[in-house]
Ligand binder design. Structure first.
Ligand SMILES: Nc1ncnc2c1ncn2[C@@H]1O[C@H](COP(=O)(O)OP(=O)(O)OP(=O)(O)O)[C@@H](O)[C@H]1O
Ligand SMILES: [Mg+2]
Length: 293
C-alpha cells in the first residue's frame, strides 16, 4: 500500500518556481530519503505533503485519500513532524513540555501519560524528564523532539534534517533511535537531509532533488544499477579455488550471486575468513547521478 503519493507537484513563490513537476510514491514502512543541496526544494515539498502549503498544481494522496483543505486534520492526526523550527519551552521540564504538546495534539490524558512514559524510556531520556529543557544537551533536545513526533502514534513521520547540528556520534545515535522506533511501530518516513552518510544507514528508498526537479528515484541498488554496475565480492580465506587461492575478488550482480559463490567455495572445501561486498556508497552515487543530469 502506498502511504504517500505525489504526482506532478509544482510550487512557486512569486515567480520563483521551487518545486517542478515532482512525482514519487512511498509504500508503507519505507524510510524515504529526500536528498538534495541547500535550496533544492526539500522543505517546501515536505510542507506540501503535510498540508502546511498547497501546491499550485499536482496531486497528493496520503494513506489512500487525496489531500485537500477538508481533510488536513485527518492527515495531521496520523502524522508526526520534526523540523528545526518547532522548539520547546526552555523553562518547563521535558515532561511538562511533552504533556503540553500532547494535550495540544488532543491525546487524552491517560493515553498521554502512558505513551509519554514509554517514549521517555525508548529514547533514553527518562532520567531527565523532570529537568528543565534549558539544561538538556543538543542531543537530548533532538531526542525529545523526536519523541514528541511519536506521541500521537503516527503512521507517517516527516523528518526535516533530524540530525542537523549534531556531532557524528550524536547523529548516529539519533538515527539509531529513529530506525528502532520506526520499525517497531511500522511507520512510513519522509526524511529530508543532506547528510548522505547517515541517510545511507537508515533509508530504504531515495529521491534526489536538485533545483526543484527530481533527478532520481528508487532503492539504492536500482539507482546504483543505473550509473555504476561495479559490485564485487571479496573473499579472504584458504583454498578458495582449485589453485588454493587465499583471496578472491569477483564481479557480482546481487546478493544471490554472493551467497551462491560463498556456498560453492565452502562446498569445494574452501575456508572463508571474511567475505564482503564492495560497492559505491550513497555519497559517491549521489554525486555521480548529479554529474549525469
Ligand atoms: N515561504 C517562502 N517564500 C519565498 N521563498 C521561499 C519560501 N520557502 C522557501 N523558499 C525558497 O524556495 C527554495 C527552496 O527552499 P527549501 O527550503 O524548500 O529548500 P531545502 O531543499 O529545504 O534547502 P535546505 O537544505 O537549505 O533546508 C529556496 O530558494 C528558498 O529560498
Ligand atoms: Mg530545508
Amino acid at each position: 500500500m502506498e502511504l504517500i503519493k505525489a504526482e506532478s507537484l509544482c510550487k512557486s513563490f512569486g515567480n520563483h518556481q521551487v518545486v517542478k513537476n515532482v512525482s514519487f510514491v512511498i509504500p508503507q514502512g519505507e524510510i524515504f530519503g529526500f536528498l538534495g543541496p541547500n535550496g533544492a526544494g526539500k522543505t517546501t515539498t515536505l510542507r506540501l505533503l503535510n498540508g502546511l502549503l498547497f501546491p499550485d498544481s499536482g496531486n497528493i494522496e496520503i494513506n489512500g485519500s487525496p489531500l485537500s483543505s477538508e481533510n488536513i486534520s485527518n492527515v495531521h492526526k496520523i502524522s508526526g513532524v520534526v523540523t528545526d523550527t518547532a522548539e520547546f519551552y526552555d523553562y518547563l521540564t521535558g515532561y511538562e513540555n511533552i504533556n503540553f504538546f500532547g494535550q495540544l495534539f488532543g491525546i487524552d490524558s491517560e493515553n498521554l501519560k502512558s505513551r509519554a512514559e514509554y517514549l521517555f524510556n525508548e529514547f533514553d531520556i527518562f532520567n531527565a524528564k523532570d529537568k528543565i529543557v534549558k539544561s538538556y544537551s543538543t542531543g537530548m533536545k533532538k531526542r525529545l523532539k523526536l519523541m514528541r513526533a511519536f506521541l500521537n502514534e503516527p503512521k507517517i513521520l516527516y523528518l526535516d534534517e533530524p540530525t542537523s547540528g549534531l556531532d557524528p556520534e550524536g547523529s548516529k545515535l539519533v538515527n539509531e533511535y529513529i530506525l528502532k522506533q520506526v520499525s517497531k511501530e511500522n511507520i512510513t518516513v519522509f526524511l529530508c537531509t543532506h547528510q548522505l552518510k547517515y541517510a545511507q544507514d537508515i533509508c530504504s528508498l531515495y529521491g534526489f532533488i536538485d533545483n526543484g526537479s527530481m533527478i532520481a528515484y528508487g532503492t539504492f541498488d536500482e539507482l546504483r544499477n543505473k550509473v555504476d554496475d561495479s559490485l564485487y565480492l571479496e573473499i579472504k580465506g584458504k583454498n578458495l579455488d582449485n589453485s588454493g587461492s587465499q583471496f578472491l575478488k569477483l564481479k557480482i550482480n546481487n546478493d544471490n550471486d554472493a551467497s551462491e559463490i560463498i556456498s560453492t567455495v565452502i562446498k569445494n572445501g574452501g575456508i572463508i575468513f571474511e567475505a564482503k561486498q564492495i560497492k559505491i556508497d550513497l555519497e559517491q552515487l549521489y554525486f555521480k547521478i548529479r554529474s549525469l543530469k
